[in-house]
Design a protein around this ligand. Structure first.
Ligand code: ZN
Length: 69
């Protein structure tokens, strides 16, 4: 994961998405390279390919939440 991704994806967005994936049917994820949202992302996804920028930088929200602290 490249440095600086937290500037593109706010902690609030990640926590909100992580909660949604824990309690609901959604499986949100984010691209750490461009900040794009990814629906139907596995919660523990790592380095999945982004359909926006093509980089393998998509992480599941629950996974990303682990990197926030
Ligand atoms: Zn991307």
């Amino acid at each position: 994961m490249e440095k600086g991704w937290q500037k593109r994806i706010s902690a609030d967005r990640i926590m909100e998405a992580a909660e949604a994936s824990m309690f609901g049917l959604e499986n949100p994820g984010f691209c750490t390279a461009c900040g794009a949202d990814h629906d139907e992302c596995e919660p523990d996804a790592r380095n999945y390919e982004c359909y926006e920028c093509g980089k393998k930088a998509v992480f599941g929200a629950a996974e990303l939440a682990l990197y926030l602290t």
